[in-house]
Design a protein around this ligand. Structure first.
Ligand code: NAD
Ligand code: TYD
Length: 334
């Protein structure tokens, strides 16, 4: 029986990962440490919260007094916890530096102290920055553009330094843009799908021709597991599916799927420092016997259907009821 500490497990990818791992393996335990920021949502895990192999702890990865005793009892850390939205990092970068960099440092210190078997740092393709042509491989120069990407880049290299300096057995998957169920409705696909269902406008930044490589979250979870289990110590693995799409192509697909008019598309001012294109060379992770199992078209159709069938989940968030609920909880606990 192995025990994983999953941080940020109440968020989008973390909750999908916890569900995926518990469904696949009978012989694991998972401790989910999450601060429950605006993006953390215990509704994401209602179906497994009573599983006796699962435990939720509300807390901040920056707080060593919470992190230390948890790390002492686990074998592996998978660090998903982060501030994750580029637009928010442009408005107020502080929390990004604090959680993404300092929080990772606190986890690393505890991992070193208790000789953890494996430290999995969830990184991102955004650390490479933008490229109009070609594909980034794991040894390319890192050139992040946004405060979000720069804070993730800092964490990525800090984790690597613990391998070089202290021989901590770390691995670093760098994933491309994820989509799927339980994504907070502020990212392109979750926001546009839920807006379209409500007949609200879809705010397209700039000319809408920016390109992202879209990865279904379940395929990402399988990739993270492959890296965790079979990745080499100190190694980085790009994790992408090669589904390069412009934002306009994504928007068109969502509208078509939902039978909504193109008049919902609204061109708005461009994002500051907007990266034009992310693209990964994924030959290295193929050596770990990983490949995405879902086609982009099927995964998109499933995702759009999920948001159509789970209005209660996202309407609670969008109505502000959810934020208010946590504001109250926070007030009561302070
Ligand atoms: P998310 O914003 O949905 O979830 C983040 C979770 O972290 C939330 O549950 C939040 O409450 C928690 N959290 C934030 N600060 C915390 C703190 N100080 N202590 C404890 N918990 C804290 O993010 P996501 O989209 O699920 O992304 C998860 C990870 O994957 C992040 O590290 C992100 O950088 C990385 N990533 C995401 C994508 C993507 O497309 N979403 C792509 C590549 C990499
Ligand atoms: P996003 O989902 O925020 O992911 P990231 O910026 O981390 O890649 O954005 C994906 C793309 O969609 C990006 O080019 C910005 C664009 N976008 C819009 O045009 N409108 C929006 O409202 C959002 C949230 C994103």
């Amino acid at each position: 029986m192995r025990t994983l500490l999953v941080t940020g497990g109440a968020g989008f990818i973390g909750s999908n990962f916890i569900r995926y791992m518990l469904n696949k393996h009978s012989n694991i335990r998972i401790v989910n440490l999450d601060k429950l920021t605006y993006a953390g949502n215990l509704d994401n895990l209602r179906d497994i919260e009573k599983d006796d192999r699962y435990r939720f702890v509300k807390g901040d990865i920056c707080d060593a007094s919470i992190v230390d005793p948890l790390v002492k009892e686990v074998d592996i850390i998978v660090n998903f916890a982060a501030e994750s939205h580029v637009d928010r990092s442009i408005g107020s970068p502080d929390d990004f530096i604090q959680t993404d960099v300092f929080g990772t440092f606190v986890l690393l210190e505890a991992a070193r102290k208790y000789s953890i078997d494996r430290f999995v740092q969830i990184s991102t393709d955004e650390v490479y920055g933008s490229t109009e042509n070609g594909f980034f491989n794991e040894t390319d120069t890192l050139n992040p553009s946004s405060p979000y990407a720069a804070s993730k880049c800092g964490a990525d290299r800090l984790v690597y330094s613990y391998y070089v300096t202290y021989k901590l057995p770390v691995v670093i998957p760098r994933s491309s843009n994820n989509f799927g169920p339980y994504q907070y409705p502020e990212k392109l696909i979750s926001l546009f799908t839920t807006n379209a269902i409500e007949d609200k406008s879809l705010p397209i930044y700039g000319d809408g021709l920016n390109v992202r490589d879209w990865l279904y979250v379940v395929d990402n979870c399988e990739g993270v597991e492959a890296v965790m289990e079979r990745g080499g110590d100190g190694e980085v693995y790009n994790l992408g599916a090669g589904n390069e799409k412009t934002n306009l192509e994504i928007t068109g697909l969502i509208l078509k799927d939902l039978g909504k008019p193109e008049s919902l598309m609204t061109y708005v001012e461009d994002r500051l420092g907007h990266d034009r294109r992310y693209a990964l060379d994924t030959s290295k992770i193929k050596t770990l016997d990983w490949a995405p199992r879902h086609t982009f078209e099927d995964a998109m159709a499933e995702t759009v259907a999920w948001y159509r069938d789970n209005e209660t989940w996202w309407k609670k968030i969008k109505s502000g009821e959810y934020l208010e609920y946590y504001r109250q909880q926070y007030k009561q606990s302070h």
